[in-house]
Design a protein around this ligand. Structure first.
Ligand SMILES: [Zn+2]
Length: 328
């Protein structure tokens, strides 16, 4: 049997301890508290290759003045775990162009942090992190980015303040309460006989094809979003749709839900505003691309649920895809 591809951020034993959030400031004062610094969405890691998050103690040089903006992630082995955003730090010799790349492999070393630690892009290290680290990283990345872009009240425009250990923002002017957002996305395995519908976004690396995906709109069921997105982007009508699995995707705050749908017709009309190309890919072609032998198609990266869905479809084992299944 083929080796099953798993996917990142499937959930873990991280105890979010929501009942302790209101008292997060006292937990931060405990001697066993530990803090994960986040810099412009990148997490502090250690190990070579990077395989663990690098937690730092309160009072660590380089984290001065961050206590009021520290986010309570939960308890791990009884120890309170926090994240703090130090995006204001300017590394020497920073290559801004590298940071903007689709796959940012650059790493930044903070001069005050322990030797061997460095900031790495989560997409680059997610497949090597243990589940509990990956979940903590996903929470830290999603929440720091939400706070970074939601500093003002959506009702009255006044500056808001972090509350509930970072799981809320409160407006002192109008009393408005604001909560972190999660954006549902559908990603779909649309098949027609022995072929799967794959497309490529013009912003992706050369040759990369993946499953079609799109945001669920307000008032819309995800099954309807699957049919709407495929019809809009590729002009393909989809009949029966069924749920497969889900994946938190903190880039920045998506929740990916994977679905299988049956195409009612195989004619493709690409919407050039959405896709550069869409095509039907046979199992044989997909297998060749997974082996790196297809001249035109590079598959989605490991760790993404798209890759796992395709891998399970190729092996005819979609039923074992769910995080509750046997593919861990
Ligand atoms: Zn307000």
């Amino acid at each position: 049997m083929a080796q099953m591809d798993s996917y990142s951020f499937q959930g873990s034993d991280l105890d979010r301890a929501a009942h302790l959030r209101a008292g997060a400031a006292e937990l931060l004062a405990r001697s066993d508290a530990r803090i994960l610094p986040v810099w412009r969405g990148k997490l502090l890691v250690s190990g070579d290759p990077a395989d663990r998050l690098a937690w730092l103690p309160p009072g660590q040089p380089g984290l001065e003045g961050t206590a009021a903006e520290t986010i309570f992630l939960g308890l791990e082995d009884g120890a309170p775990c926090f994240a703090c955003d130090i995006s204001g730090w300017e590394p020497a010799g920073l290559d801004g162009e590298e940071l903007d790349r689709f796959a940012d492999l650059s790493e930044q070393v903070h001069p005050d942090f322990p030797p061997g630690t460095r900031f790495a892009e989560l997409r680059a290290v997610m497949t090597r992190l243990p589940l509990v680290d990956a979940e903590a990283a996903a929470v830290a990345r999603a929440l720091t980015q939400w706070h970074g872009t939601h500093g003002y009240c959506a009702k009255c425009g006044a500056k808001t303040a972090m509350a509930q250990g970072g799981w809320q923002r409160l407006c002192p002017a109008c009393g408005g309460e604001h909560y972190p957002r999660t954006d549902p996305v559908v990603i779909m395995l649309v098949t027609h006989g022995n072929r799967v519908l794959m497309g490529r976004n013009p912003r992706w690396p050369q040759g990369m094809y993946s499953l079609l995906a799109g945001f669920v709109e307000p008032g819309e069921a995800p099954e309807a979003a699957v049919r709407r997105e495929v019809l809009e982007e590729a002009g393909v009508p989809v009949g029966r749709v069924r749920y497969l699995a889900s994946q938190p995707w903190p880039f920045p705050t998506q929740l990916m839900t994977a679905w299988a749908g049956e195409a009612l017709d195989d004619g493709i009309t690409v919407d050039p505003e959405e896709l550069e190309d869409a095509r039907w890919v046979s199992r044989e072609e997909l297998a060749r691309s997974f082996r790196g032998e297809h001249p035109e198609i590079t598959p989605a990266r490991h760790g993404a649920i798209a890759r796992a869905v395709l891998d399970h479809w190729l092996a005819d084992r979609l039923g074992s895809l769910s995080a509750d299944g046997d593919c861990r």
